[in-house]
Design a protein around this ligand. Sequence first.
Ligand SMILES: N[C@@H](CCC(=O)N[C@@H](CS)C(=O)NCC(=O)O)C(=O)O
Length: 232
Amino acid sequence: MIELFSWPTPNGHKVHIMLEELALPYKVTPVNIGEGEQFKPEFLAINPNHRIPAIVDDDGPGGQKLCLFESGAILIYLAEKAGRLIPTEPAARYICLQWLMFQMAGVGPMFGQANHFANYAPEKIPYAIDRYRNEARRLLRVLEKRLGETKHLAGRDYSIADIATFPWVRAAAAGGHLDLNETQAVKNWMEGIDARPAVERGLAVLADRRREGPMSDQQRDILFGATQNAVR
Ligand SMILES: N[C@@H](CCC(=O)N[C@@H](CS)C(=O)NCC(=O)O)C(=O)O
């Protein structure tokens, strides 16, 4: 059995969707990152970087228990475990990993910073807001070019590259950082993924735990302040 440690954020959604796509049995342990549960010693033992998602698979390689963090590594692991959603032909596999890395190193961090400086930074810093919004828009144009040429990011078939990227584009569009009406190929690709039953189920995982609304001072301290930056 796989134990999933997660919270309903874009990085969490990647793994929720993947587990639903693969129909692997799993149990979810919520890690409420707004209340600081990511700093509990039992979670730090699984992920010393105190970020969701993480998994513990009792039946890892060689039948041994495997603890894994970093959503990209988890997606590769689950795809290889199930033999699905990653191409097997070597060149196609590297192209898939290329677009997965593009998400992990580009789309995720840059969209995240765009959201942070627009919505959470205590001061409005025009340089930072413009810098990350422009970078998010540039990355969206790279996605648009690719998806104008191929049905999915890795090529013809849906893969872990799409699963990793979809939740971030979804969140950026919902937050008003990106306008998908300007990128028709990305919009069509998003609609196709959104319509998948496993995606609907994945997005529903822990959805009832999330509370919208302004962040409290305590949450701000946990996510961006002294609690976040404490030496552990
Ligand atoms: N590179 C990591 C990033 C994970 C990440 O940033 N997770 C956020 C939620 S989306 C988190 O756990 N934040 C808790 C915190 O900042 O303390 C991954 O892809 O797994």
